[in-house]
Design a protein. Structure first.
Length: 80
């Protein structure tokens, strides 16, 4: 019975603390500036590129049409 009462008290305190906490204020997800001052790019690499495993910028599609990249993107293989 002691454990049930302790668990109920702990659960009540936990739920009470959740309602009062404010870790971060709400902010809009999309930028509100419509003057074009903000340009979205992928990790600072620019359009058509992404960060590789060691932090360097790599093209999104490294193989020509009809081919697909192999393990680690080092070699292109023909699609069948």
């Amino acid at each position: 019975m002691k454990y049930l009462a302790a668990a109920a008290i702990a659960l009540g305190l936990g739920f009470g603390a959740m309602g009062a906490s404010q870790a971060m204020p709400r902010a809009p997800l999309a930028p509100t500036a419509s003057d074009g001052a903000i340009i979205r790019v992928a990790d600072g690499c620019g359009p058509g590129f992404h960060r590789g495993p060691y932090g360097a910028c790599r093209p999104l599609y490294s193989c020509p049409p009809g081919w697909h990249p192999g393990p680690y993107g080092r070699r292109c293989f023909r699609n069948y």
